[in-house]
Structures are given as structure tokens and as C-alpha cells.
Write a protein that binds this ligand. Structure first.
Ligand code: 48H
Length: 255
């Protein structure tokens, strides 16, 4: 019979969690936001042998995938992103030439599993509240435990990395932080951050083409790309998000 009691259970959790946290005080890449783009980037970077941590403020990673469209749990994927679906072993249904549907819950679960099994660590219930900048370069992020609705005066911790990715979706949280402090002046970002009106075809192209290092050390992928540069939104087609994550991983690996 296995010997255990409540104290041993608590010690096991604390030992394992704090081991993960301590190991990722310094990483190669920090990804903020465990949405579809961030999860693909994490899986690709970890598969290349980089040390990757994803910070997610919610309990559940997966971002906007779970909800499909209007909480109907299906998403649309175009042919160009199908290699990623095949790697994930996600089942798809061909609706017409080059256009597929996938169960959004199967996709979310597969994206999370792939990232974690590739070696990336996800720290959930962890909100990024600020950036750490030294000599004009982003060097890390400032984190706090995600609390309920009442902000508490509790000081944060800082995690460091060679590259930080803003994968916070529509919130574009890290870019917003730089903008608020006037640090993006002269850089080619939108005057008012936020994605533009719906245009699925243009939006899907934009979210991949405009992946870039917006500020030294700070990269952007996924919906945050559209919000940063004023690109159109695209609704519940997710191929662009997956390809955007793949592109940021490839650019960072080269850099
Ligand atoms: C920690 C944070 C913080 C923070 C936010 O929105 P996401 O799913 O992101 P993407 O860009 O990978 O995918 C976008 C897609 O889901 C979508 O919204 C589409 C396709 N919209 C089209 C349209 O027309 O509307 O995930 C972002 C994640 C979420 O899980 C947030 O909780 C998390 O980032 N996050 N995590 N610290 N400060 N802010």
C-alpha cells in the first residue's frame, strides 16, 4: 500500500511547483498568453531545445480557442495551416476545397498537450503586470499571482529571458504598457492600439506577415499583431493564429 498523508501531498506539490518556477526564473523565451498562437510558438521553440515558459493569467490555457464561434465549439482552419493540425493529430472535416472544421475543444487540448510535452512549462494563474527593461531592451517580465477582483498591494516577482513574446491576443497587454509610457514613439505601431473591423482574408494574412520584434527583445504574435499594427480581425478562423505562432518561433530561433 502506498504510504501518504496530507502533509506528504502538500510537500510534493510545493516541491514540484517551486522546482518549475525556480528553473524558469531565467529562460530563453517567455511567452505571455497561452492562446493558440503562443502555444504553437512554445511547442516549436521548445522542440528546438530552447527553455520556454508560458505565463497565463487564467486557470485554463487555450485562450480564445475553446469558445469556437459564439460558443459553438467548432473552428475553421484553412489548408495552409493543415500541416500543424496533422502534427497535433487533431481530426478535421473537409467542408469545401481548402477549408476544414475542427472541434475547438480537441484543438485547445492538443495545443496545450503539444506545448507541454515538447518541454515548455505553463505557469497558469500568473498575470504579467509589467516589463523589465534594461538599456532600451526588454529583459524580462514582472509577474504576480492572478487574484480575484480585488487588487491587493502585493509586490511581484520578475522572470528574465533573452526574448519575450506578447501573445495576449486582443488585449495586447505588453505593447500597451510600452505605449502608455511613450516608449513606442517613432516606431511603426498603430496610433490607437486595437484590431480593425472584420476582414477574414486580409486579417489572416496580416497576422502572419506582420509578426515581428516590435521593440528590442519584445516580439508579437497572434491577435496582438493585428492590435499592434491596426490590422483587421478575422473571426473564428484559426489557421492564421497557428501560423503566426510558428512564424514568431522561427524568427526568434534565427535571431
Ligand atoms: C498573462 C495574459 C495576460 C497577462 C492576457 O486571445 P488569445 O486566444 O490569443 P491569440 O492571439 O493566440 O488568439 C486569438 C484568438 O483566440 C482570437 O481571439 C481570434 C482569432 N479572434 C478573432 C476575432 O475577430 O475576434 O489568448 C491570449 C491569452 C489568454 O489566455 C489571456 O488570458 C492571456 O493571453 N493573457 N496572460 N498575463 N497580462 N493578458
Amino acid at each position: 500500500m502506498t504510504q501518504f498523508d496530507e502533509a506528504r501531498i502538500s510537500k510534493a506539490i510545493l516541491g514540484a511547483y517551486h522546482g518549475k518556477l525556480a528553473e524558469h526564473i531565467v529562460s530563453d523565451v517567455i511567452i505571455v498568453g497561452a492562446g493558440p498562437s503562443g502555444l504553437v510558438a512554445a511547442a516549436d521553440l521548445a522542440a528546438k531545445g530552447l527553455k520556454v515558459v508560458i505565463l497565463e493569467k487564467r486557470l485554463t490555457p487555450g485562450g480564445g480557442v475553446w469558445g469556437g464561434a459564439m460558443a459553438m465549439n467548432e473552428v475553421v482552419i484553412q489548408e495552409e495551416a493543415m500541416p500543424i493540425l496533422r502534427e497535433l493529430n487533431v481530426r478535421t472535416r473537409n467542408v469545401e476545397d481548402g477549408l476544414y472544421t475542427a472541434d475547438s475543444i480537441e484543438l485547445a487540448a492538443a495545443l496545450i498537450l503539444k506545448a507541454v510535452q515538447a518541454g515548455a512549462v505553463i505557469l497558469n494563474m500568473t498575470t504579467v503586470e509589467d516589463l523589465c527593461i534594461h538599456d532600451g531592451t526588454v529583459r524580462g517580465v514582472v509577474i504576480n499571482r492572478t487574484f480575484g477582483t480585488t487588487p491587493l498591494p502585493i509586490d511581484p516577482l520578475t522572470l528574465m529571458a533573452d526574448a519575450v513574446i506578447d501573445g495576449t491576443g486582443h488585449e495586447t497587454m505588453l505593447i500597451e504598457m510600452l505605449k502608455r509610457r511613450g516608449l513606442l514613439e517613432g516606431l511603426p505601431v498603430a496610433d490607437r492600439l486595437g484590431d480593425g473591423p472584420m476582414n477574414a482574408v486580409e486579417g489572416e494574412k496580416f497576422v502572419v506577415d506582420r509578426v515581428s520584434e516590435v521593440y528590442p527583445g519584445l516580439w508579437v504574435c497572434g491577435m496582438a499583431v493585428c492590435a499592434t499594427f491596426g490590422g483587421p480581425r478575422m473571426g473564428p478562423i484559426f489557421g492564421g493564429m497557428l501560423l503566426s505562432g510558428r512564424r514568431v518561433a522561427s524568427l526568434i530561433a534565427k535571431a
